[in-house]
Design a protein around this ligand. Structure first.
Ligand SMILES: Nc1nc2[nH]cnc2c(=O)[nH]1
Length: 371
């Protein structure tokens, strides 16, 4: 953080959203009354199937880009849909708006409950190869989750990622019912983590969302492989999925960032994700007196540098280290009518804590500074 006390302004690194479904933005803030698997079948798959219509896609994707930028997200790792052209359009729009974005064309070849929303394996393969070949879009190989992918598809995607040194994203151990189902679908695998490990999908460029029910053994595998977790606390609470023990993940030295997980998470704001991460940690402390609550400094790190590490982009962004790109937010704490009041003697640490807990991003404009 670089304080500019005369103006009660400071510069901070732009925030990194490590898991957001751009295609679900149209219904964010609604449809939070079902658990994960029913929520996917009832709300998510019918909406995502609309993205073969490029006009529909352009409208939602433009709005999600504007909204996340206005919320201070300078880097985002997006799930799109199964439609390659709409996914490429999302990458193009992110590029046009100047947001650093990883974009994943979603792959799923199993969907018995909403059968019109899936692709045959060969199409998943061909379209993934097409989606990773465009220069302006930073691609991420995206098997939706083990429940909606055959073993052959997971193998195919693991191979594509390996041969092209690509990022990988998916979901893992979000909800108890899902974990049980994965056990039934992949009886030869020791754990949910083992499913992805066996299919070459757990690398140092992998980010897995949620991980609420990962065992210590699974976290050890994450650490050994250099794979990351995206903690999505708003979604975990909103869909009543579970609570990730961030302290345990950090103790296992697993790379960790925060995600909004729109629209399972109702807010497209990384400040909200940071606040929910602190709330979740405090609930865990109420349940277990030994639990060491997350500090606001730790939560701030997760929203910035932690996120860039989770996406293996920490050579480019996440803090103001010389040599990285200058992805920055300029924060003014004394805007008339703003949400925060400052008082004499309150220094940089108080300013940051007040901003993280009380701040609202009202306007964002690009800043240039030579360092
Ligand atoms: N939260 C969330 N979990 C998932 N698991 C598989 N797909 C999804 C999704 O779209 N959102």
């Amino acid at each position: 953080m670089i304080p500019m006390p005369l103006y009660s302004e400071f510069l901070m690194p732009g925030m990194v959203d490590t898991h957001i479904h751009a295609s679900q933005y149209s219904y964010s803030g609604t449809a939070l009354d079902l658990p994960l698997l029913d929520w996917l079948n009832t709300y998510t798959f019918p909406v995502e199937s609309r993205y073969k219509d490029l006009d529909y896609a352009r409208n939602v994707y433009t709005k999600v880009l504007k909204r996340t930028l206005r919320n201070g997200t300078t880097t985002a790792c997006y799930f799109a849909t199964i439609h390659t052209d709409a996914s490429l359009l999302l990458g193009q729009i992110a590029d046009d708006f100047g947001q650093r974005a990883l974009v994943g064309k979603v792959c799923m070849d199993c969907n018995s409950t909403v059968p019109y929303y899936k692709e045959p394996l060969k199409e998943c393969k061909d379209e993934t190869l097409r989606s990773v070949s465009y220069a302006h879009v930073k691609p991420v190989v995206t098997p939706r989750f083990a429940v909606s992918c055959s073993s052959s598809l997971l193998h195919t995607l693991g191979k594509i990622a390996k041969n092209n040194d690509l990022h990988i994203q998916s979901h893992i151990s979000e909800n108890k019912e899902e974990v049980k189902l994965v056990k039934q679908l992949f009886p030869d695998c020791k754990s949910y983590t083992d499913v992805y490990l066996k299919h070459d999908l757990l690398t140092d460029k992998t980010v897995m969302a949620h991980g609420c029910y990962l065992s210590d053994e699974e976290l050890k595998i994450f650490h050994e492989r250099g794979a990351a977790i995206s903690h999505c606390p708003n979604s975990n609470l909103s869909l009543a999925s579970g609570m990730l023990n961030v302290r345990n993940v950090l103790n296992h030295k697993v790379k960790l960032g925060l995600g909004t997980d729109v629209a399972g998470g109702y807010s497209p704001s990384m400040l909200d994700a940071l606040r929910r991460a602190m709330d979740t940690s405090k609930v865990l402390s109420m349940q277990d007196a030994q639990h060491q609550t997350l500090t606001f400094e730790e939560a701030f790190r997760l929203a910035t540098l932690g996120g860039s590490e989770a996406l293996s982009l920490d050579d480019q962004t996440g803090n103001f280290e010389v040599g990285k790109d200058f992805d920055a937010l300029r924060v003014n704490m004394c805007i008339p009518g703003g949400p925060v009041d400052m008082f004499p003697g309150q220094g940089p640490k108080v300013i940051l804590e007040k901003f993280l807990n009380l701040g609202r991003i009202l306007y964002i404009c690009p800043v240039a500074l030579s360092m």
